[in-house]
Design a protein around this ligand. Structure first.
Ligand code: ATR
Length: 296
């Protein structure tokens, strides 16, 4: 109820009314989302802004419920709030419910809040853009990792009709728990058998943090992977991870992690600002520049 909404909070200090969206996170300074949305705002000549909403967990409900009064059309949700948001919004789409995480909230006309998960769309669109004609139904998929990102990837692949999903994770209990939560047909593979699990696969996805700047590379022998298989890394810092470099050298089609970030934002932009939001060389250049110089 509007009367119950707090009038002020720190994350909203200094935010001007208008067509607005933002990203709720803690910390959130590293987010590339403002660069993405401002690029599209400029391209579409739409007045408005996309701002960082630095929100500690104890302020999450307060900041969220202040969005309608502050003129926000919606907000993205990032670490560590994606799971908590499931319980706070007024309704959830099917993907958000199955994944157990919300990455985007839309303010409806009546001020109520709808939670969505556009990571599923972003993941699949990225693969289709990297390899036109790619279909999940063609061959088994191998997913490495069982964290938050893996849940979205797994739901996306199952919904897209993958015939077999092999899941390997360092901590097998996490993979078992994911399979139990989402779909018992997922084949959990021991982490040490991940190399052999690549045989006859059509897709390999790394959702672990291995390969990210500052972490060791993912140790993985690609010998068993058919040469036509698409290789995707969720990691985008660096853009070309050691896994993608190795896969490219073997002749595999590859999809980088930046494409998923861009594509999950496209339906959000269309929904909140009403313009066209496309992946483009210009957008990628802006994001790469921002990653290289975060203070810009
Ligand atoms: P995200 O939300 O991005 O998926 P996360 O939930 O922290 O991040 O998940 C990180 C994933 O990387 C997990 O699958 C984790 O494996 P565990 O479940 O065993 O923790 C995986 N990971 C992180 N460091 C790893 C390492 N050194 N070796 C293998 N897997 C690792």
């Amino acid at each position: 109820m509007a009367a119950d909404r707090p009038k002020q909070n720190d994350a909203m200090d200094g935010v001007q009314a208008g067509v607005l969206a933002g990203v709720l996170g803690w910390p959130v300074g590293h987010s590339l989302s403002p660069t993405l949305h401002r690029y599209w705002l400029h391209e579409n000549r739409i007045g408005g802004d996309y701002v960082l909403l630095e929100t500690p967990p104890e302020d999450l409900e307060k900041v969220l419920h202040a969005l309608p009064d502050k003129g926000f059309s919606g907000a993205n949700v990032t670490i560590p709030h994606k799971q908590a948001m499931v319980r706070i919004v007024d309704r959830l789409d099917e993907s958000a419910r199955r994944i157990g995480a919300v990455n985007a909230v839309t303010v409806e006309e009546d001020g109520s809040l709808s939670g969505r998960n556009t990571d599923v769309f972003g993941f699949l669109e990225n693969l289709r853009a990297a390899m036109p004609g790619w279909q999940a139904t063609g061959a088994p998929a191998v997913v490495l990792g069982a964290g938050g990102a893996a849940r979205a990837v797994v739901v996306a692949l199952l919904d897209a009709g993958v015939p077999e999903l092999r899941l390997a994770n360092r901590t097998p209990e996490h993979a078992e728990a994911l399979a139990q939560d989402i779909d018992s047909h997922i084949r959990v593979v021991p982490w040490e058998n991940r190399h052999q699990a690549l045989a006859d696969a059509g897709l390999l996805v790394n959702t672990t943090s291995l390969g990210m700047a500052g972490t060791p590379p993912l140790a993985l022998a690609l010998d068993a992977l058919p040469e036509t298989a698409l290789v995707n890394d969720i990691v985008y810092r660096p853009l070309e991870t050691p896994l993608l470099k190795h896969a490219r050298a073997r002749g595999h089609p590859v999809a980088d992690g930046l494409g998923m970030l861009i594509n999950q934002a496209r339906p959000c932009f269309a929904d909140w600002f009403g313009g066209r939001a496309e992946d483009s060389a210009g957008l990628r250049a802006a994001l790469i520049k921002k990653m290289a110089d975060p203070e810009r």
